[in-house]
Design a protein. Sequence first.
Length: 352
Amino acid sequence: MKIIVLAGGLSTERDVSLSSAAGICRTLLEKGHDAFLLDVFMGLEHAPENLEDVFTLPDHGLDIVKNISTEEPDLNAVKASRPDQSDCFFGPNVIELCRLADITFLGLHGGEGENGKLQAAFDLLGIKYTGPDSLGCAVAMHKGVAKQIFLESGVDTPGGGTLYKNGSDLSYQSLGLTLPVVVKPCSGGSSIGVYIVNTDEEYQNALEHSFHYEDEIVVEPYIKGREFACGIIDGEALPPIEIIPKTGFFDYANKYQDGATMEVCPADIPEEVAERMKALTVKAFDALKLNVYSRADFLLDAEGSLYCLEMNTLPGMTSASLMPKEAKVAGIEYSDLCELIIKKSMEARYSS
C-alpha cells in the first residue's frame, strides 16, 4: 500500500506527533508498504515533478523528526519557519499526496489532528484516513462536552463543568466545587495548561494560564488516586496500564522525559477492577460515537471508585507509548497494531 503518515501541524503536541508518526512510518516500511512521513503544516515544498515518486524517496520523509522536548513547542516560531508563509493549515502538496495514497495514517495529536476538522476536510476531499471519524473526534476533544455526555450516559467521571473567558462568574464555587480542584483547557492535550490548585491564589493563577491556551476551560474536583489508561480497538478493550510518575502527576514533562514515569502492564490491580475499567472504556467509546480505536484515561481512588477523565482519539503510537504496550500484552506486536488500525479504518468507512 502507498501510505502517507501525517504528523506535526500546529498543535502543542507537535513534537510528540512527529515522534509517533516516525515510528509508524518505519514499521510500515518494514512491513513492505510504501510509506512517507509528512508534516501536515510544513508540507513538502520541493516535491518531485511526478508526485508519486515521493513514495520511493530514500529518506521516506524521516529527516524531519527531532527529539521530543520537555517543553511545549513555540508554534509562532513554527509558523514563521514555513517558507511560503501561507496561513493555510495544509502545507504544500499535502492534499495532493494524501489523495495519491491508498490511505493516510493520522499520526497527529491535539489541535486540528483530533478535533474533527481535518477528518471532516478529508471526508469532503475523498481522502481515506485512519482512526475515528469527524463527529467522534469533535465530541471527544472538547472536554466539557465529553464530560456532559459521560454524566448523561452513566460513565463515571469527575463532576464540575465549563467556564468561559468572558463569563461573569469564574469562581469554582459557581460549579458547586470546593478546593482542591483541577483546572484545564477544554481541548488541550498532553496535560498542557493543566493545574492542580489548593488555594484561591493558585486558582486565579491557573485561570490566567489556562485561558492563555483557550477561551473555555474545565474545572473539576481533584481526585487523589492512581493513574491508568485503557486502549480500545474495534470495540475490544486492551489490558489496562498503570502510569506511575516519579514526581507530581502525568504532565507534559513526565509524559516525554526519559525515566520520569514507570508504566506497568498488565496493571497490578484486582481482576474485577481491570474488567470494570475495560467495560467503562467500551461504554465511554460508544457514548462519544467513536470508532476504530482510542484510549481512555482513568483515576482509581483509595475506595476503589473509577473515574474516566477523557478519551484520546489519536493516542501516542511510538513503540514505547501506552497503547502499543497494552496491545503487546494482549499479543499484538507494534507492527501488527499499525496494520490492524489501517485494516479496521478501511472496514469502518471504506468497505463497499
